[in-house]
Design a protein around this ligand. Sequence first.
Ligand SMILES: Cc1ncc(COP(=O)(O)O)c(C=O)c1O
Length: 466
Amino acid sequence: MKDLNQKANSQEHVNGHEHDLIARSKSNDFDTSTFDKDEELVDPFCVEESPQKITFEDVTSAAFKIKCGVINTPCVKSRLSDMTGIDLYLKKDFLQTTGSFKERGARYALLMLPEEQKQIGVISASLGNHALALCYHGYKLGIPVTVVMPVVAPIMKIAACRQYGANVIVEGLDMREAKRIALRHAKEKRLTYINGYDHPDIMAGQGTLGLEIVEQVSNIDAVVVPIGGGGLIAGVALAVKTLHPNVMIIGVESERCPSFYMARKADRPTLANIDSTLADGLAVPMVGYNAFATANPLIDKLVVVKEEWIAIAILKLVENEKCIVEGAGATGLAAILAGQLDELKGKRVVLLLCGGNIDTTILGRCLERGLAAEGRLLKFMVTVSDRPGGIAELCRKLANIGVSIKDIMHERAWIMSDIFSVEVKVVCETRDRDHAEQLKNMLYQNYQRVVFGTSDVSTLNLPQRA
Ligand SMILES: Cc1ncc(COP(=O)(O)O)c(C=O)c1O
């Protein structure tokens, strides 16, 4: 580690892939006037040619050092066990002060800085959880922290970072740009750049989660871990597999950012296309070199989940566990609900609920999407008779099968066909998928023109289990 710090201060290492990334960015959307200068911007802790694998001793050292500064969160049996047929345990790391496991790595990385560097300070680029964790622990430890957050970062998180007295720079259209800006600042101000998933101390800190779960739950068969840049799974897999080599390590990504899947295919970290996802914490286009080197040999299975299942998992966690978890933290349950981990039935499995920082409006939308995807919230349009009682009859028919109307609206003027018809748009609630099917059948039997599905809620087009 001492060696690495020396490298960090001299800033002399060349990171091949970083160049690649910058070059691509240049051709896409960046201001090219700073390109020559940016070519020298590298993170000496994360070098493609010499990836650092962390060791079990790094994780135990982190556990010892951060013990007083982070919460040993509960890992308890889930009420979803019966429903899923899996003996499920939930590690509730969203209960950390800043709402995510990122505090573990952030605190350890700060504590491991050489004294002089503790005075000068650190910098990082982050959309949220890592920034929050770094700002909070920098504040607690008296170490100056600068974070560069891209303009798309949630305002709530930007404000929270400022509240800890950190220097918060909101600049850059996306994470790639924010990172370049942060690296430039690091170079100019001699700040240490701390990558949120690939810095070796970050990975070691995240590994303490693995140590805690094997202490809290006996005879674990599998641990399911969300993957963004790969730091969390690297640390956790190392800790768990070292102590219990037979425990399965399962990584989960969103289909919108399958960067570990792409890296496995290419056998090295490679750029993946990413789209906006409910699991925004996982939206990292390329996994870390160190994280990939450490985690890849230890992962037994990798699953890529669909967005709809993430929304359903968020809903299930709210309804059954009273846990508010962000998309990234819900991907493990999403994979189980989607039927992608059916081999775990009857087994004892730990799910990492690793973050809870979800925007209130996004949470509201997720709950609606979850209800819609489950067929419990439906929107349809039906053409009924314009005679007195036509709409009342529709309402009666819905009431007779126990469907509750949330919203109803009718349209006359723009109906092209029958002048004696009226088009009625309904948003309604059903109990479950079977109930939704019953509604569908009733409508098709009684009305000639019924259309399900609109732009904002998916309807009877329920996600199919894998
Ligand atoms: C809530 C949450 N879960 C999981 C992850 C993935 O961690 P990593 O990037 O170390 O793979 C992140 C990353 O930010 C996160 O915020």
